[in-house]
Design a protein around this ligand. Structure first.
Ligand code: GLA
Length: 738
């Protein structure tokens, strides 16, 4: 049983294969306390002692549970503001009279088979029916009902507990049973209080073209937070946080992690209190957020995934990879080989026409590429980034004969066809804006901020959602299109909507995200065979929320193979390689000006959904001649990379010289190691890589040689990498069990 309630002690016990999570109720006041999260405890009896009901009054005397000394000390399961706990709350409510305190009291609970879902939002699910690779599909839901009897507010804490993976999810349902509205000023989805054990905080930091670099800092007293209030999860900080013990490596150490299944504003925070407890929290960012909850209305918070690993970062990564592969991504492509695409963005930017695209398609077909993706610039009068977003009709000056002619020609060549959209946007210079200026998010009488010469559509408005959907769907209905790249190239600002009433304006950012989800839900429902790739100026919306709709996301606009090592390492810390859009591009690289060998570019892009982003008609002959070899390599390894277990072996970001990672299949018969020598060094030892995940007792042969090694020696003693000559050199090592 994944969830048990011990009546006498009033303790809830939530178990995953290797972890236990305990919640307890304080008899007198009905406070809900957090007792424990960590390594699995087999026996649930007698754990009530972990409910810490000490208090810390000013004077060394007992003070009858004064709330200020008790609540500020107590390890709370879902903290509320205003009544004595001065640490960061998870819930803030303002009632119609302007009062802001909230205090929850436990009422009752229910345990349900299966995993709860969240209306209108992405969430993990138990039923992995689509997945033949899932070991088990079981999950159980716990709902704990609490009330604030003064506000007449019901708060249901939901927990999803998985049986095949060490993940526990949390989400909150809030219902207003009063006759007056209340205003939710803050609703975090998860909060846990733990003893502070010298933790470090690990997060993913970045920028445009530099996404998800791993950052690790010692926790100190006070609050340390990351977040986004850009309207999307963002390039800069990422909706993931982990607390790790100082000794944590890939294989050792305690790791508590949270990942947010949401694509908008977020906060992730750790607060070390005066009493050496640490509160770890995640949810929608409070900045600008307010939600009016009318009588009888319900608010659902997005979902946070929690995991604990007692065995370092590898186990955390495997938990997220397995959870997201088997219990989040719904696309039929999840377990399928994705077509090798060629995208014309870096090849032509806006400067293309039908003949140019067909020339690329012909050469691509000859080289073994399988799909042409037409990127930005095919619609309206768009020939640079300053117009036409919203005018989703084909520019026939560029594409003579229209879209269906082009698609037919591409199909005659023997390629699939994909197309780029940026549906959430509106250019001031567009027919759409001239007809509906109030459809752009903006504040009346204030000049709205332009970014990339564009505004964002107000997706809190149902008619804007309907119109936007029809524009995209009309194009997709007009020709046999196999793939869509759904882009989003600016962040939200000037948060105003003429549709929302004054006291609902704080809902705009969340309603915007709900609008995006509705659009993508409609899209995957009407076009179930479409391969959807999300994108946001590269990787600004690479988050679990988007993976619910698309099996892959463009990882970064930086396609330089060396820069990509760190970007892909940080991304793969949480997300399966099968989700990471990675392409080979031309050199000197358009982002950094670096020239790397074509082979290295191919080897690095292989650790993702493989493709090309270059003008194949113009690249050097030697590079072009290598493409058939690379596409064959993709066909050979796609399943291993998509379905296998990923291990990080060495990191260029920390050793400043080389990078190494590997993927092993479930049967441990097949392993692919990627080694990149970033900088050559004179007169140094060869490098020895300790491999992982192999069968210790088995013998492996290195393909292309007659060398044989025992799994245990490859893992414990290591494999000696052959000497490479020069900078930016890579080698793929394929070990096969004999
Ligand atoms: C974003 C994407 C790019 C490309 C451009 C087109 O930056 O990340 O891949 O599609 O938009 O404008």
């Amino acid at each position: 049983m994944a969830i048990q309630y011990f009546e006498q002690e009033r303790v809830f016990k939530l178990d995953t294969p290797n972890t236990t999570y305990l919640i307890g109720v304080v008899d007198e006041e009905g406070y809900l306390g957090h007792l424990y999260y960590g390594a699995r405890l087999e026996n649930g009896q007698g754990l009530g002692y972990l409910l810490r009901t000490e208090e810390a009054p000013f004077v060394p005397s007992k003070n009858n549970r004064e709330k200020s000394s008790f609540l500020d000390f107590f390890h709370t399961e879902y903290p509320t503001g205003g009544v004595g706990d001065y640490r960061e709350s998870a819930l803030e409510v303002r009632n119609a009279d302007g009062f802001t305190a909230c205090q929850l009291q436990y009422q009752d609970y229910e345990i349900l088979d299966g995993k709860y879902d969240i209306p209108g939002m992405p969430a993990t699910f138990a039923d992995a029916a689509q997945s033949s690779h899932a070991q088990s599909s079981q999950a159980t839901t716990l709902r704990i009902r609490c009330v604030d009897s003064v506000l007449n507010l019901e708060v249901i804490l939901q927990y999803g507990v998985f049986e095949d993976v060490d993940a526990i999810t949390r989400s909150v349902i809030i219902q207003n049973h009063d006759d007056s509205p209340v205003y939710l000023e803050k609703v975090l989805s998860a909060s846990i209080d733990m003893d502070m054990e010298d933790y470090e905080m690990l997060t993913l930091h970045g920028s445009w073209a530099r996404e998800r670099h791993i950052q690790r800092n010692k926790l100190v007293y006070g609050r340390q937070s990351i977040g986004s209030f850009r309207g999307e999860s963002g390039h800069q900080e990422h909706p993931f946080i982990a607390l790790v013990s100082p000794d944590t490596t890939q294989e050792h150490g305690s790791v508590y992690a949270m990942s947010f299944v949401y694509s908008g504003n977020f906060i992730a925070q750790a607060e070390v209190s005066q009493f050496d407890s640490v509160r770890l929290q995640m949810g929608i960012h409070t900045q600008g957020f307010s939600w009016k909850l009318d009588p009888k209305e319900t608010f659902y918070s997005p979902e946070v995934v929690l995991t604990y690993s007692g065995n370092g970062l590898d186990h955390m990564t495997h938990t997220f990879h397995n959870l997201y592969r088997n219990h989040l991504i719904r696309s039929p492509y999840l377990h399928q080989e994705r077509p090798i695409l060629i995208n014309n963005w870096e090849a032509t930017y806006f400067d293309f026409d039908r003949e140019k695209l067909l020339a690329i398609a012909r050469d691509a077909k000859d080289a073994g590429i399988e799909m042409l993706v037409m990127d930005d610039g095919w619609f309206g009068k768009r020939s640079s980034d300053d117009s036409s977003l919203g005018d989703w009709f084909v520019n026939e000056e560029k594409l003579q004969g229209g879209l269906s002619y082009l698609v037919d020609e591409v199909k005659n060549i023997g390629l699939k066809f994909g197309i780029w959209f940026e549906p959430e946007m509106i250019s001031p210079d567009s027919n759409l804006y001239r007809a509906h200026p109030d459809w752009a998010i903006s504040i009346p009488r204030r000049d709205a901020t332009q970014s990339r010469s564009q505004f964002v559509l107000d997706l809190s408005r149902p008619e804007v959602i309907d119109y936007t959907y029809e524009q995209v769907a009309k194009i997709l209905r007009s020709a046999p299109i196999d793939y869509v790249k759904w882009d989003m190239n600016r962040q939200l600002s000037d948060l105003g909507s003429v549709y929302l009433e004054a006291d609902k304006m704080g809902e705009l950012s969340h309603r915007y995200v709900l609008g995006v989800y509705e659009l993508q839900e409609r899209l995957v429902t009407e076009f179930p065979d479409l391969l959807l790739e999300n994108c946001s100026g590269g990787g600004a919306r690479f988050d679990p929320g988007m993976l619910y709709y698309s099996p892959q996301i463009w990882c970064s606009d930086d396609t330089d193979a060396i820069e990509r090592l760190q970007i892909q390492e940080g991304t793969a810390l949480v997300y399966p390689l099968s989700t990471i859009g990675a392409h080979v591009s031309d050199c000197p690289n358009h982002s950094v000006g670096r020239t790397t060998p074509f082979k290295t570019r191919g080897d690095v892009a292989l650790a993702g959904t493989f493709g090309y982003e270059l003008d194949i008609t113009k690249i050097p002959d030697a590079d072009r001649a290598m493409i058939p070899e690379q596409t064959a390599q993709y066909h050979k390894y796609h399943e291993l990379i998509r379905e296998g277990t990923y291990y990080r072996i060495a990191s260029w970001g920390t050793n400043h010289s080389y990078d190494c990672y590997m993927v092993v299949n479930q049967d441990k018969t097949d392993a692919l190691v990627t080694y990149v020598q970033v900088l050559g060094q004179a007169n140094v030892h060869t490098k020895k890589m300790k491999l992982k995940g192999l069968d210790a007792g088995a013998t492996y042969e290195l393909e292309g040689t007659s060398e044989q090694y025992l799994g245990e020696s490859l893992m414990n003693a290591g494999y000696i990498v052959p000497k490479l000559w020069g900078d930016f050199q890579s080698i793929l090592l394929h070990f096969i069990r004999v």
